[in-house]
Write a protein that binds this ligand. Sequence first.
Ligand code: ZN
Length: 437
Amino acid sequence: MMRFRMLVLILAILATTFMGRVAAQSPPVVAEQTQESGNKATYRLPPAKLKRAIEYSRKRMELGLGLTAWEMLQLLLLLRLGIATKMQGVAVKASGNRWGQGAVFVFLLLLVTSVLNLPLQIYGHHISLVYGQSVQHWGSWLGDHAKSFGLTYVVGLPLVMLLFQVMKKSPQRWWLWFWMPSMGFVVIGVFIAPIFIDPLFNQFEPLTQSNPALVEQLEKVVARGGIEIPAERMFLMKASAKYTGLNAYVTGFGASKRVVVWDTSVAKATPEEISFIFGHEMGHYVLNHIYRGMAFTAVVMLVLFWLGYRGVQLLLERYGAAWGIVEQRDWGALVVLLLVIAVFSFLSDPVTNGYSRSLEHAADVYGQEAMHGIVDDPQAIAVQSFQLLGEASLEDPYPNGFVEFWMFDHPSTSRRLAFAAGYDPWVAGEHPKYFKR
Ligand SMILES: [Zn+2]
């Protein structure tokens, strides 16, 4: 899995400062492969597990949609019920200067939306415990939420202040002028996340410390890619303290670029399977998916900001009087902006997720090609790996195609496994995509 979620997360912090969209969960699965005939290489689960997997992915999907809908509805209610203007009143009363007002208003808004989201998030953690996907205690879970709250406030407040400053200077073009420094924040955020943010939530250590033999083996895969990932850029994340699933990802760029392998993967996968999982991550690394992801995010943000600008204009013209919000520079207008951006970012999910799936597929191809000559049967290893990953995360073998299209940031496990089973570019007449023969 690539660290594309981090970009989405930062975009979410920037653009929808207050919406804790389901960022923590990895996607469920979907597939067209319902036929039982002939083809042995199909992602399958034993009956008891299958039933749980179908239930679990259905609940997760409902939760994801529920949270998205509830986030939009709650913003609308804050406006309709006059709560946004009340919070604005409190902020204006509390302080004579803009910074003081902003600090109060942003805090209140963040507090109210966090509390309103909490029940559904508690339900989300509850089902991940019930279905064995998480082992995190409630105290630690709540602690993580508190940290996210603090982080969102610390990052969000200066951004909101900057936004209102830019709106004052350029009421009609703020979406463009604000987009530029926002992208600066995204770039800085992606750079510092592995160093300052990720360690707030999980423990990391150099992979060589506990798994020197694994590093040696991974260096073989790296050498085959003709690139360099020095051992000190390989990290082990102590995921087992919270999660049961297997994972690895690439994060950061420049001096902070690194590969992270979850300790759960090291514990549950064979060295050959880890080679494939690592090869996939190396694909993200070599194919510059972090940079591509940032460039893509930049385009999406520009469009969202413009839509945000237009949407706020239209809504204030129509409902401004009823909501008690006169102009876009009123603090309460921030709620309108967040509502507009929430709606359009949901509508843009198929595009962003489709883009993410295309990167993931490229990394799958790269990972499988990278194993050639290192393991005996790259196709079989890739198939085994997907089976292992899918079972560990209780992926539904038969997800709904529309749900996959809209909500999955990875292709379904069934799809990935079926592709791997049939992909052998080394036979006569075929050509590997990323490696020379
Ligand atoms: Zn990936």
